[in-house]
Design a protein around this ligand. Structure first.
Ligand SMILES: Cc1ncc(COP(=O)(O)O)c(C=O)c1O
Length: 384
């Protein structure tokens, strides 16, 4: 039986009811370390402390690649590793600009999209600045801005169905906000916003303040070109879009990402990044090759879908509900304290993440190979 959480009705009977009260009390909360510690506190032992990890389901990596063409190109590029990436990175920038039909001065490259997120944190997230985002979302840019540069976070809770509450977010775009950060599809929920809704929000919000959209997982959609916010950049809106080769393209270890934005924003972000000089030449060559291999993207999506369906069945068969995901990871509520759950799974060779959100412990599991999912199932059955 399929036990996916029906995001409209499940809430009524769930432990998340407590979260609704939080929503009723407060539209937005200021950043405090406590706010973050309710979601991502460090564990006593990190997954990387376990030397027996057999199923690496911690970091939303993609084990179905890289593309064979990219692998071959990278192997051949090793002998040219004496060269800096310049020229190859110029070629990659050109390809990305052509792909999205933007001028090259709208593209900034980075060592993973993390470099672009860090640059945005540094530019837009200094002391006295406020960053508006959702609670729950991906914390990398926010943490850097708030913990290292002294910015303040203003959050608007997700709806009980884990969607962005765009009406409330728009109300929260006040004079003191310096940047709006949106992750779509969202991490750790795996939920994608309706394109018409996120577009309407970005249009309205960017008329007041810069909007940074992190589309790390959007390529898991069959037609990401119809869902990206890059079109708004082309219309001259104050929107920046970060993308990565780490997910569908399965090149996380190569550290390749980019941002598409108006040249004024690119110029601002470039002050804090390397614009491609932090990437390795073989990695850049691999990125060029994977862009020329659309069949691999199809394969990568298909394999992810098959393993994800297998995971859904494992969870359902064990009487667990889950949040249907538009990504290569799945978030589901668990019935024991999160740290204990993850420790027990890790002792059995399965690396995972856990989150405590609205009085409920959750596990976030990345999609792996079928073998990985079997290892997950075995360990899960032993402890659940
Ligand atoms: C939402 C989101 N954005 C950005 C990143 C960073 O990816 P990378 O630096 O590999 O491009 C991740 C990594 O998991 C992510 O989940």
């Amino acid at each position: 039986m399929n036990k996916s959480i029906n995001r409209r009705t499940w809430f009524k009977s769930s432990a998340l009811m407590a979260g609704a009260l939080v929503m009723g009390q407060k539209v937005y909360a200021e950043y405090t370390p406590d706010l973050i510690s309710t979601t991502f506190t460090p564990m006593e032992k990190s997954p990387w402390d376990f030397t027996n990890m057999k199923a690496r389901l911690t970091s939303n990596e993609n084990p179905f690649g890289p593309s064979p063409k990219a692998q071959q190109a990278m192997c051949e590029a090793i002998k040219d590793s004496w060269m800096y990436p310049k020229l190859s990175s110029d070629q990659l920038r050109k390809m990305i600009a052509n792909q999205w039909e933007v001028p090259e001065d709208h593209v900034m490259l980075g060592a993973g999209s993390t470099e672009l997120l860090m640059a945005a944190a540094q530019h837009f997230g200094q002391k006295g600045h406020q960053i508006l985002s959702a609670d729950l979302t991906y914390m990398s840019l926010i943490r850097r801005a708030c913990e290292d540069y002294g910015a303040t976070l203003v959050t608007v809770p997700l709806t009980p169905q884990y969607d962005y509450d765009f009406d409330r977010m728009l109300e929260a775009v006040k004079a003191d906000i310096n940047l709006i950060y949106l992750c779509n599809p969202n991490n750790p929920t795996g939920v994608k916003a309706k394109t018409s809704q996120i577009k309407a929000f970005c249009e309205a919000a960017s008329a007041k303040k810069p909007v940074f959209v992190d589309e790390a997982y959007l390529d898991y959609q069959e037609k990401p070109e119809t869902e990206t916010m890059i079109g708004l950049v082309k219309q001259g809106k104050n929107v920046m879009v970060a993308r990565t080769f780490s997910k569908v393209h399965a090149m996380a270890g190569m550290r390749i990402g980019y941002c598409i934005a108006h040249p004024d924003n690119i110029k601002a972000l470039k002050k804090y990044g390397t614009d491609g000089n932090g990437m390795s030449r073989p990695g850049v060559v691999g990125a060029i090759a994977t862009l020329e291999d659309p069949e691999f993207m199809q394969y990568s999506r298909k394999m992810n879908k098959e393993s994800k369906e297998m995971l859904y069945s494992i969870l359902s068969d064990n009487g667990y509900e889950y949040i249907p995901s538009d990504t290569n990871f799945v978030l589901f509520p668990i019935r024991m304290e999160g740290d204990r759950f993850v420790m027990e799974m890790m002792k059995r060779g399965v690396g995972l993440k856990r989150i405590f959100y609205r009085d409920q412990h959750y596990c976030r599991v990345s999609i792996g190979t079928k073998k990985d999912m079997e290892l997950f199932a075995d360990a899960f059955q032993q402890i659940s």
